[in-house]
Design a protein. Sequence first.
Lengths: 475, 158
Amino acid sequence: MVAQKITIEPVTRIEGHAKVTIRLDDAGKVEHAYLHVNEFRGFEKFCEGRMVFEMPNITPRICGICPVSHHLASSKAGDAVMGAPAPRPAQLLRELMHMGQIVQSHGMHFFELAGPDLLLGFDSDPATRNVVGLLQANPELTVKAVNLRKWGQEIIATLGGRRIHPVFSVPGGVNKALKKEEREAILAGYDDAIATIKIGLDIIKGWAQANVEDINKFGVFPTGYFGLVDPENALELYDGQIRLLGSDGKQLEKFEPSHYLDYIAEHVENWSYLKFPYYKKLGYPKGVYRVGPLGRLNIAEKITTPLANEELKKFKAMNNGKPVENTLHYHYARMIECLYAAEHVKDLLDDPDIFSTDILNTCHNPQPEGVGVIEAPRGTLIHHYWADEHGKIEKVNLIVSTGHNNWAMCEAVDSVAKTYITGPNITEGLLNRVEAAVRAHDPCLSCSTHAVGQMPIIIEVRDTQDNLVQTISRD
Amino acid sequence: MKTLFLGYGNIDRQDDGVAWHLLCEVMRRLNYPPPQDPEGEMPIIMGDFTFDFQLQLMPEIANDLGGYDRICLMDAHTGNVPNEVNIEHVNPSYQSSPFTHHMTAGTLLSLCEVIHHHIPETILVSVRGYEFLFTRSLSAATADLIDPAAEQIINWVK
């Protein structure tokens, strides 16, 4: 047969956003598959000339998917540029908002995006392999899942003070203290949140037991692992040092986030606008690493909350303490982090400083540059600002979470395509597995908000001369 | 008939926020004062009409849809939709993407159907966006589409 190219291309609001291309050889086997991003928004240039204190308000507006992560990372960079570390009560409140973000994002991803594949099967009818099918199969669970997300969203809205683009965190601290009734309102949803997350964990563990064969051949490959940890190498999502482990689980580096440029560089491929970060000392691609839930649980030696820590032990036991390499275990790791975030909400609300009004440091000691790093739901997010003596931004460097995972997503797509697509008869279920390889990483490639109407998946089968041989689409 | 007018989009990304401008025009034509601040208190309830603006569609919105007989969703679109002002009836249907946490109107209505056992009569009015820079002002081309879009919505309401 003639070698063919298959393209999976969702049509998004910004056209030509990203696509998956699968190229078959003459024998119908996958020669290569990759994920490529066709357009880059370039918001770093837009920020030049703005004042550093504006950045926590500007950067969340770039993307409607994960604004809180940008809001907090930007504030931390601003703390550094203005030489105004935030007081402890402000750090607690920022972290509380961040935990709300983790719960709502991870909860939504697991139950509404990935859940249908896991619970209803990759090969199930696409008409029902979705959150609606899940709802029909288990209405009570889906309502719980929606309420879990809502709880996380309400934590954000409570602290942020308004519904859209809350203005809460600023360089030097935050602008609003927590009231007692607000604390009670958040706590009121705590037990249900924990219960729902535990259901999610039971689901993923049960699914993992029943699908061992798939898990062990679905995008399993070695990489490094990268993210924040606390001084004792416990999981850390808000602040800490960056830890980088090699594929053998041995520590390669542990460093202050502000020194990231000493350790990370970015490789460019001519078929994608999204760069490929890597660990300099090992070069590209040997130095590639994964971030996000799988990366974080591989670099963490423990979790400071009890329920999540017990789950971490089970997670690490899957590969006898060595890094867990299976792409599908991103989902398991994600739910463990969701559990940690929910438990940590209660820790923060029980902290004696949580009602303090010492929330803003107004003593400034301007610095020429500053770095703010946070663990967004998807992975390590870096905001780096250079500013003049008046605080006007001269240069911005942003490395978003999905960027760190770029190589891993490409590798997962390639690996899954080669494993499951073995001939010219390409079913919808097979293509769904390739999508699932991307979906496991929970990527955010959008610097807009959403798409309108339908988002058809178009698969083009092309020969090596780029002639269209076949079109498969999902409306 | 209880009717919800729900616009959504990123008002800071130029034409992506066209739904806000359209929502305000619809309110004016129905003789209600439009809100000044898209980030202010919402929804606004005026008798049987509710007006709301969100950054994006989210699953929890489905919880609130059960009490409506009719829903008018408002959004922007790019060139993948041929009409400059496009109006379509929305049926419950699901779509997913591997890339972002996005939700379609059809998916939202699906959730509403299963949660509430009720499908409000729903239309999606989308307006062509041409520019998506970092500003709250619409491009001239998209701004010109507000009036015809609002007129069609008013005709549907009446």
